[in-house]
Design a protein around this ligand. Structure first.
Ligand code: GLN
Length: 256
């Protein structure tokens, strides 16, 4: 989001404020924010405005007070060391997050937080980081790093594009369904061809890059779901998808 190809401002119509507020909370940006994951928050901020709502972007870090009236939760990836730093605080917030998930709040969790929304992550060196169990998945660290550009075929969002870099391999239980099937890259693990997980209104994925600038269908799913949950209806605006289309074209041409 920071480097727009021509330096021109996108031209989507912003009628900020007329339809209400949508509050986005990014979990642990201090410790869990790699390969551009913060860009997901910036995309939501811009697109919420384009859809005619007022965006509020909050950060939640270890030790903070958990914000009230959360409409969208975002979580990024991190090193195993970052996951160890946040684990206790995350467990102290498991109740808030589970309640929101059960109430249908939309969430996007990437890589390291995808793993910790699951049952556990056993790292490559044998430490077991317990997850908060919202997602029926488990992750085992391996000596193989899964790195590179990824293309995923999904029924809900069309072709999803992104970049993966993880040693953990995740297997899905029967309580979740995969986000999609990998067409290039590895995804959840090196054996079953699945990428990510879907449960209630949670989208979980290994893909960084960031994900949302080149996958606006997922951004709009989060915004639509948040608006419907809060206001009972979603009245879309007129987003400018020009830069998203360029980003998709570029990402689709990248070698593995
Ligand atoms: N540390 C985790 C792993 O290597 C998550 C990595 C990430 O978030 N990119 O599997």
């Amino acid at each position: 989001m920071t480097a727009e190809p021509t330096g021109a401002e996108p031209t989507g119509t912003e009628t900020t404020g007329s339809k209400g507020t949508i509050r986005v909370v990014q979990l642990y940006p201090r410790d869990m924010n790699i390969y551009g994951d913060w860009g997901n928050a910036l995309v939501l901020k811009r697109r919420i405005g384009w859809h005619g709502y007022t965006p509020e972007l909050l950060e939640y870090n270890v030790g903070d007070e958990f914000p009230a009236d959360v409409d969208i939760i975002l979580g990024g990836g991190g090193q195993d060391s970052g996951q160890l730093v946040i684990q206790d605080d995350l467990h102290s917030r498991a109740g808030n997050l589970t309640e929101l998930a059960e109430d249908g709040a939309p969430m996007l969790v990437i890589c390291g937080l995808y793993q910790l929304f699951g049952r556990f992550f056993k790292t490559r060196t044998g430490s077991v980081i317990p997850g908060i169990g919202i997602l029926d998945v488990e992750t085992h660290g391996t000596d193989e790093r899964l790195i590179g550009n990824v293309k995923v075929a999904t029924a809900e969002f069309g072709e999803v594009l992104g970049y993966e870099n993880h040693s953990g391999q995740t297997t899905l239980g029967s309580g979740v369904r995969p986000l999609g099937t990998v067409a290039k890259g590895t995804g959840n693990n090196s054996s079953d061809g699945h990428e990510g997980a879907r449960f209630r209104n949670i989208v979980a994925s290994y893909l960084h890059g960031s994900l949302l600038p080149k996958n606006p269908a997922i951004a709009d799913f989060l915004i639509r779901t948040a608006a419907e949950r809060k206001y009972g209806t979603f009245v879309p605006g007129t987003p400018d998808d020009h830069y998203a289309a360029l980003a998709r074209e570029h990402a689709a041409r990248r070698p593995r």
